[in-house]
Write a protein that binds this ligand. Sequence first.
Ligand code: CP
Length: 310
Amino acid sequence: MRHLLTLRETSKQDILHILQTAASFKEILQRPVKKVPTLRGRAMVTLFYENSTRTRTSFEMAAKIMSAEAINIAVAQSSVAKGESLKDTLLTLQSLKADCIVMRHYAAGAPEFAAKLLQIPVVNAGDGRHEHPTQALLDLFTIQHYKGTIEDLTVAIVGDIAHSRVARSNIWGLTKLGAKVRLVGPRTLMPKDVDRLPVSVYYDLSAGLEGADVVNVLRIQTERQDRGLLPGLREYSRLYGISASTLRYAKPDVLVLHPGPMNRGVEISAEVADGKCGLQCAVTEQVTNGIAVRMAVLYLLMGVPQSEES
Ligand code: CP
């Protein structure tokens, strides 16, 4: 694996290898002193053209735990604000001796452009509506922890699928590992190419949740709506909001995920988000698992082969 750009193009074998590597790193997160020398002397640069709390911070934590340098480019304070192009920004970071670039960009395909341009590994931390592979990997890791396996599970992805890079990466990752994926939401929030995806589609929430093992709730991305939200937020919540009441259609031991940030009271009720009413909601655990998964990705891309060590 030279880069991590999409789960569509990542093999089942590589996905399983990342998950296994993450499992071996997770133990480090329980230690009082979370520091190992694994990536000493390496430098990771994060280049985010869109806002982030979880992804950017967990990549920084992952690099620092493994003793790598973590340099965060604040795009608004960088020469991007003076009009520097993406190409020149990337070449500059490579010339500054970055060993890996983790990038988030509003344009689908920007990380692929970077990977073709540079000699160093590139990680896609979210590109437009396209993919967010490390989010899907941490979702897979969390499901595996709770359910023991992904194979044959029924996973309902509910909400704003059309604008969701998380949904796309989840679809490819889950189906490669043998899960059955349902997309649930209003027609207006389904992607145009939904017929070409390996999923079944439900426009009715109760039917889509029937017998589901896992419900992955997506944020309503009002910032990406072209023509305003159809339906409106109140209507959306009434028809598709995930609550203790609507979850009665799923299996009794259903696992609820949400990539965050959450709109409490819109796509998910506060009681479900907080894991009350005996419901399994793994939102906070997903965030912690994100560190282990990103440690694994950085290690597999930046780890120094034995022959290169002095
Ligand atoms: N899930 C996710 O990508 O969150 P951030 O936007 O906070 O990184």
